[in-house]
Design a protein around this ligand. Structure first.
Ligand SMILES: Cc1cc2nc3c(=O)[nH]c(=O)nc-3n(C[C@H](O)[C@H](O)[C@H](O)COP(=O)(O)O)c2cc1C
Length: 175
């Protein structure tokens, strides 16, 4: 599958069957995530790979927005210690988002269904996940990614809309 096809085929899937994801595929997903660009290459991300069913159940119970039965959950978190300081500190959000999208596109190319569920900046969700995972200080859970195999077939699509594009053409030289 080429990149454009993966981009169009990636859709949020919210129903999964029990088929597990192999360790080899998990490794591919994480390699893709950590190939993402990051501001000053700080790589301010951490990945919590949750295969444990009881932990998955706890997370589902605590997060109504992410209450889905996938076989694998990966939580992507920002790491304050690795982030930039002062006014550029918030770049970690863009860095982690780039890592997530890389992971979702690779998942699609492997035939793995996914759903990105937001945590940060919802303080209550962030706190619940920190508590359940027992994360270290300075770790900010940003998104919970459900991964697994789905029986549903999602329609590939773009939502291309010309009205959202502002084109600045090359101006003609006036002599
Ligand atoms: C930052 C972010 C947070 C999201 N949070 C949730 C969520 O909490 N629960 C959910 O079911 N989907 C969530 N989604 C998935 C969106 O609902 C979905 O991407 C959107 O409806 C477009 O559909 P598509 O992913 O199939 O293209 C989230 C997506 C993003 C990018």
């Amino acid at each position: 599958m080429d990149v454009k096809e993966a981009v169009l085929r990636r859709r949020s899937i919210r129903e999964f069957n029990d088929k597990p994801i192999t360790d080899e595929s998990i490794r591919e997903l994480l390699e893709s995530a950590m190939a993402a660009p990051s501001a000053r290459n700080m790589q301010p991300w951490e990945f919590y790979v949750i295969k444990n069913k009881s932990l998955q159940k706890q997370l589902r119970g605590a997060l109504p927005n992410a209450n889905m039965n996938s076989s694998l959950i990966i939580i992507v978190a920002g790491n304050d210690q690795r982030g930039l300081t002062h006014q550029v500190n918030d770049y970690w959000i863009q860095d982690c988002s780039a890592a997530i999208e890389n992971m979702l596109l690779t998942a699609t190319s492997l035939g793995i269904a996914s759903c990105w569920c937001g945590l940060f900046p919802m303080a209550e969700r962030v706190e619940k996940v920190k508590e359940i995972l027992g994360t270290a200080d300075g770790i900010i859970p940003m998104a919970l990614i459900h991964l697994g195999y789905g029986d549903a077939v999602a329609v590939p699509r773009t939502q291309y809309d010309e009205k959202r594009i502002y084109l600045y053409e090359e101006t003609e030289k006036v002599l």
